[in-house]
Write a protein that binds this ligand. Sequence first.
Ligand code: DX5
Ligand code: ZN
Length: 220
Amino acid sequence: MASNLIAPSMLAADFGNLQRDVEMVNNSEADWFHIDVMDGHFVPNISYGMPVISAMKKHATKPLDVHLMIEKPERYIEEFAKVGADIITVHHESTVHLHRTLTQIENAGCKAGVVLNLTTPVSVLEDILPKCYMVLLMSINPGFGGQKFEDMTYQRVKKLRKMIDEQGLDTLIEIDGGVTDKNIAQLAEAGANVFVAGSHVFKSENPTDTISNLKRLANN
Ligand code: DX5
Ligand code: ZN
């Protein structure tokens, strides 16, 4: 009965019609809201922060999966928890004391996850894995939606899946960047469990149907 999850990325939503897009996700087969926070330092783009997340939380009926692409995320964990984050993921490359930051996320009442950029070896997580509710593997260089999926991700998923299974853990593997109906089944097959999709969902003719289709392909 294990079901793979779909997390539409709100970065690709229409910010002028945010409530409408939140409700579309509520009424779809999606599982989580994926929320990308960018600070213009860790990544070369600025997205949104606490006030917008707080506004989305008012209408959202599904968990908020908050992906922090910010330097020294430990400065803001409690604030993101306060505005309604359910899961908080931080980049391995953004925080010096990763173990401490994950503990901080747990203490704030959220589930804690680690994100790896494309070229950070999955092996860096070997010791910290038992503390990770989820590992997010970037399948693009973070900072922008609408980029092309990098094929090197399949191998990385397989390696990480092997590490998780060898340690007997149930850590989730999430994939973020360029996920479409063309690669989701193969990613699920490689061992991924949670799929972020931004432009593929929101730029499609019928986002609700697109989500259903992704959900089906991810659970075949
Ligand atoms: C990029 C973000 C992604 C982005 C994905 O740095 O982390 O979540 O919104 O967008 P698509 O699905 O369009 O690649
Ligand atoms: Zn993201």
